[in-house]
Design a protein around this ligand. Structure first.
Ligand code: TXA
Ligand code: MG
Length: 337
């Protein structure tokens, strides 16, 4: 099968993709966070194709994407108390809500859990596609399992060429990191995966919000099953170098000088001049770091280095999600400077 990239600005292309979804096929869809690999969430067979195509473990459940908050009623057992205020403030947007499911969704979407993850994305093409398909769309990130999430149509093509009919190209993702996953199925809301909607933003609306111990890579049964897998990872061993940016830059410079085939991910304002250095935004510009991180990790892979050293922002605000992704990419290999 040839994989065709279709421009999302052309209405006929949305129609073609909607027909593919409605008839049980897969389409890569643009969202503001990362590209998703979408299928009809109510069609068990179509959902099976997602797992096969990505090489995803069946115990890792999928997010169901909707185009209107009112669609939640048909998926959950009971609308949680906090739902309305969260949807009003953050939907459409990069917030996924975990709620008790009502059993109407196939088991392979939820990996047999009694909960369901739901999100209304903030991208006009994604919303138009969901409406035209006439069904909620189950979609994990559209990368091969383990590799960095795609933030450009070409990233999807590089991973899934020949495996899916269409990639709907809605431009580069403006957020660049996957959504915040917030569990509101129990009394105290809990962040299971940090993302674009920060802990501060959530506490300003909800009061107390707990954060799952997100940096523990080795736990067997985390509440968000996806968090236990090594993710976002370039092929080479990677080290997250923690500390003040001038000190980590010095550490990295010394290691690049000592080994020709090392590479580094650095803040643009601290980057050393070396062919194997890839930058991902200034140290003070967290939004730019988020947008360019996954593209930078893919570029590092192309260099085919023997090892990679990465600068990491402090885990504050959006920095929590960015540092979480870098530390996961490193498989928890930390160097404290
Ligand atoms: O921004 C995003 O969230 C993107 C776009 C495409 O929407 N999607 C995405 O999907 O990142 P994925 O499959 O790569 O990550 C979904 C995460 C996984 O860590 C999964 O374990 C968790 O959400 N998840 C899904 N359903 C869950 C549930 N019922 N309970 C706990 N965690 C759940
Ligand atoms: Mg993913």
């Amino acid at each position: 099968m040839e994989t065709i990239i279709l421009d999302a600005k052309i209405p006929q292309n949305i129609t073609s993709c909607a027909e593919t979804i409605a008839s049980g096929g897969l389409v890569a869809i643009p969202t503001e966070t990362v590209y998703g690999l979408g299928a009809n969430a109510l069609d068990e067979k179509a959902v099976t194709k997602i797992f096969r195509t990505k090489g995803r473990e069946p115990d890792n459940p999928l997010i169901v994407h909707i185009a209107d908050p009112s669609q939640v009623k048909s998926l959950v057992k009971k609308i949680p108390e906090n739902f309305k205020i969260l949807a009003e403030n953050f939907w459409p947007g990069s917030l996924t809500l975990i709620m008790k499911n009502n059993g109407s969704i196939p088991d392979n979407v939820t990996a047999g859990l009694d909960t369901i993850a739901v999100r209304m994305p903030n991208h006009p093409a994604a919303l138009a596609l969901i409406r035209k398909s006439g069904c909620p769309i189950a979609a994990p990130s559209a990368n091969l399992s383990g590799s960095p999430s795609p933030t450009k149509a070409i990233h999807v093509k590089n991973d899934l060429n020949g495996k899916i009919p269409y990639i709907l190209d809605g431009g580069d993702c403006t957020v660049g990191l996957e959504s915040t996953v917030l569990d509101i199925s129990e009394k105290t809301p809990r962040i299971l995966r940090p993302g674009g909607i920060t802990h501060d933003k959530l506490t300003s609306i909800l009061g107390v919000v707990e954060i799952e111990n997100i940096t523990t890579a080795g736990i067997d049964k985390p509440r968000s099953p996806g968090m236990k897998y090594r993710h976002y990872a370039p092929d080479a061993p990677m080290f997250a170098v923690i500390g003040a940016p001038d000190i980590t830059a010095e550490y990295i410079k010394n290691h690049l000088d000592a080994n020709d085939n090392s590479a580094a991910l650095m803040f643009s304002d601290y980057a050393v001049c070396h062919p194997n250095v890839v930058t991902f935004g200034a140290s003070t510009d967290l939004a730019a770091q988020a947008t360019s991180l996954f593209d930078a990790l893919r570029k590092l892979n192309f260099i085919n280095p023997s090892q990679i050293f990465a600068q990491v922002p402090p885990p504050i605000g959006l920095g929590l999600a960015i540092s979480n992704r870098i530390i996961k990419a490193s498989g928890n290999n930390l160097i404290e400077c």
